[in-house]
Ligand binder design. Sequence first.
Ligand code: UD1
Ligand code: MG
Length: 477
Amino acid sequence: MSTNGTPMASPAPSTRLAVVIMAAGKGTRLKSARAKVLHEIGGKTLLGHVIAAASKLVSPTSIFVVVGHQAERVRAAFATSGVHFVEQTEQRGTGHAVQCAREAVAGFDNVMVLSGDAPLIRPETLRNVWQFHQEHKAAMTLVSAEPAHPTGYGRIIRKSGQSAEVTGIVEQKMLTPEQESIPEVNMGLYVFRTDPLLRYLSKLSTNNPHGEFYLTDMAHVLHQAGERVAAYIAPDAAELLGANTLKEMAELDAHLRKNTAEKLMAQGVTIYKPETCVIDTDVEVAADAVIEPYVQLLGTTKIGTASRIRSYTVIENCKLGEDVLVRQSCVLADSTVANGVRIGPFAHLRPGSELGPDVHIGNFVETKKAKVGRGSKANHLTYLGDAEVGEGSNIGAGVITCNYDGVRKHTTKIGNRSFVGSDSTLVAPVTIGDDAYVAAGSCITKDVEAGALALGRAQQVDKPGWVAERRAKDVSK
Ligand code: UD1
Ligand code: MG
């Protein structure tokens, strides 16, 4: 089964189709120390997008990622994905990348080849190309398109006449002046029948300006050998775009996020000024939620129905229930929030915060590893770290859990229906029982039993007439 629970086109273990993802290149034009396929768009690496799409077509165990540049980092990033890796220690071109995967794919009937740097590819397109390849009984199926700016792409060479058979692909640097005007380009996605692929792969040469083995030359080699080379014309060329520079990377990112926002809006989510929001690919938002301008929803964040996220809030890897209100300028990370919760403005939920139903977390409140029970409130200027708060309790303004003794972290427990007065410090480890009261301004260092009032502050002393006496003294000096 694929990750979304729908049956795969070819159930594992199948020998019908293997997928090779070429991801060994450096991406020199990015001028970045990070391997190209580990750059992110829509909050996910380029290679992560391609693996996710391919995993909808075949089992991850039929996916072979060709790694070379920063191989260890790429392997580590996908260690738990279930895909296999093939080493290409020296990057001698796309043809060489597939040569390195020879043994890996030998047991499969067909091989789909994808580029790890073309992340917009949709599973539906992979399925369509795979079906086209089978229907045309081709030795090689390539995907072509006519983008607005064909410069830089390999051009498709066809026979003149009605058959318009594909006879080859010519790379930009080898184009004759007449060929430069060919609008049809190679988008870098192919399916091969394994037999002819492996039989003719060794025929590739490095006789070109880069001195590389071009996989694209397989079109000519197979055509010459009398094998069928078919072209699937992509309805949407944008989907096959790659990124060679950081400018192009930003364009892909914008394209992807626009798609994500449009998908959510089609599902009933209101997004004001979607062009100002940053929404990662895997984010889920239920119908009737409202996302205001300049919101960021990142990672695996899920937002329930009828919740509202107000402007300038950033939410990463959080699960929010229904009818939650997150007011302006909040930061939420790795936390869960139950139905009906009110947060902010200017609140900070750090990792491990768990807010129960109808909890209120107000302005300038910070929580970390804090479990807060149903209906409890911390409305102003509070720090709850390593804390457990029961149900229906009130944490007054400026309360601080002193969870760190300089070496270790300790837990503060507050029971149900308790009241912690403003500006109290709770020195952990410490427990405040159910229905207990802590007087404002207390420094609590010992447990408070259920139902008790704890005062941990100096007693107030009043001196009537003191001010007048003092002023009189000052004048007489
Ligand atoms: C390739 C095609 C070109 C097509 C374009 C579409 C070739 C020779 N040309 O050019 O016809 O129009 O894609 O985007 O294939 N890689 C390796 N090992 C290598 C070299 C590359 O794994 O030795 C990987 C890269 O990491 C990348 C992919 O193969 O993910 C494509 O390589 P790239 O150098 O980007 O090819 P293009 O110049 O884009
Ligand atoms: Mg490329």
